[in-house]
Ligand binder design. Structure first.
Ligand code: 6PG
Length: 242
C-alpha cells in the first residue's frame, strides 16, 4: 500500500519535497510525459540555490529514442523547462558517430523492437547511462509518472525489461504499441535504489489507474518499494480513493 498526499498545489509541494531530499552534488532524475511540464517552473528555484556547492546532477528516468528536436523528446521538455538552471546535465540520448546519428534520425519511423542495428544502439545508450549513474554516490530523489496502463518510467506491462533485475538501465518498448518509440529506461531495480521516490499523477483521467495503483496489484508500478515512495495526487485523480 503506497503512501499518498492529495494536494491543492502539486508543483509547490513537489518542489518542496525535492529540495528537502536533495543533497549538495546529489542526483535528481525526472520522468517525461506531460505532467512534468507543470512541475518544472516551480522546480528550478528549488534545485539551483545560489550556493555553487549545490550544483546537482539532473538526469532522466527514461527517454524516447528520438532526435532532440522531436516533440516526443523528454530531454527537450526538461531542458525547455529548466533554462538557465546551473545543473550538471545527464541526457540519456547522445550520438557520437554519423552511424548513430542516422539510426537516431530514423528511429521515430521504425517500429520498436524490429530493427537490430537500432536495438544495438539503444542498448549501448542504456549501458552508457548505467555507467554514468554508477559514478554518482548519492541517488537522492527520483520523479515518476503513472501511465494509464499502470506503467512508470518506460516499464510497460509485458515489456521486455519489465522484470529485468540484472541491469539498472535497459532498452525497452511497449509491446501494446500504446506508448511509442524505442525507449531507454531505468529498471524497477534501479528506481528502488533511490533514497526517495515521488510519483505524480493528476487529472480525472488518472482516477481509475491511481485507485488500482494505491489499492490493487499486478502493475509495473507495484514493483516500486512502498517504503520511501509517495504519491502526489490532486482531488480529481484521487477521487476514487476513500
Ligand atoms: C514517458 C514517461 C512516462 C510518463 C507517464 C505519465 O516518457 O512517457 O516517462 O513514464 O511519466 O506515462 O505521463 P503523463 O505525465 O503525460 O501522464
Amino acid at each position: 500500500m503506497f503512501t499518498y498526499e492529495v494536494c491543492d498545489d502539486i508543483p509547490k509541494r513537489f518542489s518542496t519535497l525535492v529540495h528537502g531530499y536533495l543533497s549538495p552534488g546529489g542526483l535528481l532524475l525526472l520522468s517525461g510525459g506531460s505532467t512534468i511540464r507543470e512541475l518544472l517552473s516551480s522546480l528550478a528555484p528549488s534545485i539551483a540555490p545560489s550556493d555553487p556547492r549545490w550544483k546537482i546532477h539532473l538526469g532522466q528516468v527514461d527517454e524516447r529514442v528520438v532526435p532532440f528536436d522531436n516533440a516526443g523528446s523528454n530531454w527537450r521538455t526538461i531542458s525547455e523547462g529548466l533554462t538557465d538552471t546551473p545543473i550538471a546535465p545527464l541526457p540519456m540520448v547522445v550520438t557520437t558517430t554519423p552511424v548513430q546519428h542516422e539510426l537516431l534520425t530514423r528511429s521515430p519511423n521504425t517500429e520498436p523492437g524490429t530493427d537490430p542495428a537500432l536495438g544495438a544502439f539503444v542498448a549501448s545508450l542504456a549501458r552508457r547511462y548505467e555507467e554514468r549513474l554508477l559514478e554518482l554516490a548519492s541517488w537522492d530523489v527520483v520523479h515518476l509518472g503513472l501511465g494509464l496502463d499502470g506503467h512508470t518510467a518506460s516499464i510497460f506491462p509485458s515489456s521486455p525489461a519489465e522484470f529485468d533485475d540484472h541491469h539498472l538501465v535497459a532498452r525497452n518498448w511497449d509491446p501494446s504499441g500504446l506508448n511509442h518509440f524505442e525507449r531507454v529506461s531505468l529498471t524497477m531495480m534501479a528506481l528502488n535504489r533511490f533514497n526517495q521516490r515521488i510519483v505524480v499523477a493528476t487529472g480525472s483521467e488518472k482516477a481509475e489507474i491511481v485507485h488500482r495503483a494505491i489499492t490493487g496489484e499486478g502493475l509495473p508500478i507495484h514493483r516500486l518499494d512502498p517504503n520511501n515512495t509517495i504519491f502526489l495526487l490532486d482531488k480529481t485523480s484521487a477521487h476514487l480513493l476513500n
